[in-house]
Design a protein around this ligand. Sequence first.
Ligand code: SF4
Length: 469
Amino acid sequence: MITEVSEKELMLQREYIAKVKEINSKLSEIPLAHVHSFGCQQNVSDGEKIKGMLALMGYGFTRETENADLILFNTCAVRENAEDRVFGNVGALKKLKENNRNLIIAVGGCMVQQEHIAAKMRKSFPQVDIIFGTHVMHNLPQMIYEKLADRKRTLSIPECDGVIAEGLPVIRESKVKASVPIMYGCNNFCTYCIVPFVRGRERSRKPEDVFAEVEGLVKDNYKEILLLGQNVNSYGKEYGVSFSELLRRLDSIEGDFKISFMTSHPKDCTEELIDTIADSRHISYHLHLPVQSGSDRILKEMNRHYNRERYLKLVEYAKKRIPDVALTTDIIVGFPGETYEDFKETVELMKTVQYDSAYTFIYSRREGTKAAAMPDPVTDEEKGVWFRELLEVQNAIGEKAYERFIGKTVRVLCEGIGRTADGLMTGHSRHGVIVDFNGTMDMIGQYVNVKITKSCPWAVVGELVGDTD
Ligand code: SF4
C-alpha cells in the first residue's frame, strides 16, 4: 500500500517553513546552512529537497561547517566505513557547538533510520539536536522550528513501510543534469543489504507525476534526466505501468535531452526493456546491471533470484540490440561462505561480459541482515588479495573497452573543462562515456558532435565535427 503524504500534512509543513522564515528574517545576517549528503544518488536527490526546504526557510548555503548556523548530514548505511566517517564528522562538530550554542546540528537519512545507530547518536553525541529517519524528511521544517522555539532535541525515527511526499521544493546541484526519483524502497531483501530495512517497501510515484516533472525539466532546458530507484525495473506495479512503458512515455517528450536510469536489478530486467532502450530517441545506451557474483551458489545465498546463465543471456541480448552498449556492474568480493572457486567464477564472468567498468566492493557486514549471521571464515587479508586480483582483471579489460568508439562520431553533452590534456572540454556521450574534446567554454550545457580519435581506460578523446554517424 502506498502512503502518500497528505496535502494537509504538507500544508502544515509549509506553515512551519513560514514560521522559521520569520524567525530568520529578524537576524542581522542571513543564516547559513551546510548540507552534506553521503552515499548514493538517491541521497544526493534527497539532499536537493532538503536544500529546497531550507532555502524557503530563509537559509543561505555554505560549503564550510565553521561559518554555518545549521549543519545537516544526510547519511548512508550501505557500508560500515561510510558510517564510521559520519561518526567522525559529527564528533568533529563538538568544538563548533561549544563555541556557538545557537548552532543547530541535524543528522538524517538511512544510517540513523537504524535503531541502534540512532540510539548511539543520541547518547554519545549530545551536540546533535535533530535526528530524523528516511520517512520523515518532509517534516524537517517542523523539527527546525521546534528546535528554534524551545531548544529541545528531536529524535524522529518512525517505523513504517515508507511514504511518498510529492511537491517538495528542490534546489538542484546542476543546471543541466537533474535527478528524478521514480520509486522508493525495495522488496528484494538481498541477504547482504540494509536498504529494505532503512528505506522501506517498494513504492512508485504516479506515472503522471514523473511525466510532469520530466517534461518541466526539459522545458527548463535540462539536458540529462537521471531516473532513480533502488530497482527501477519493478517500477509501477501499483499502476499497471511497467518501467519500459514509463520510459516510452518519457521518450515521447519533445526536446534535446538524454534519459538515464539506475539501478536495474537483473532479475527484473527484460528483453522488452532492452528493446525500449534500443528503439528510443533519448535513452542512454548504458546498462548498469549489478551482477554481484558469478557463482550460482553465491547468487542463491545472496537471494538474487537469477543465475549466471540468465544474466549472460541478458548481456548477450543487450549487445545484440543496443549499438556499442556500455555495460557496467557492481561486484561484491568475499561474501560470507564464498570460496576461491566461487570468486574465480566471478572473474570468468567478468572476462566474458567485458564490462566498461565495474564498481567492486569487499563485503561489508550490516547488522540486521541475513548475511550478517552467516559463517564468514575467509580473512579480510585474503579477501583483499581476491579484490586486487579482480581489479587487475577489470583494469586490463577497461584499458581496451573504449577502443570500439575510435573513428565513430558521438553526441556529447558538454559539461566543463576536461582532464586528459590542457585546453580540452569534457562531457558524456549517449553511452555515458566521458569524452574530452577541443571545445570552448560557451558550449557548456549544449550537445556537440565529436569524432573519437583515442581511447583511455576511463575516457575517450576526440575532435569536434558536424554530424553524428
Ligand atoms: S535490490 Fe537488493 S541490493 Fe538492491 S537495494 Fe534492494 S535489497 Fe539492496
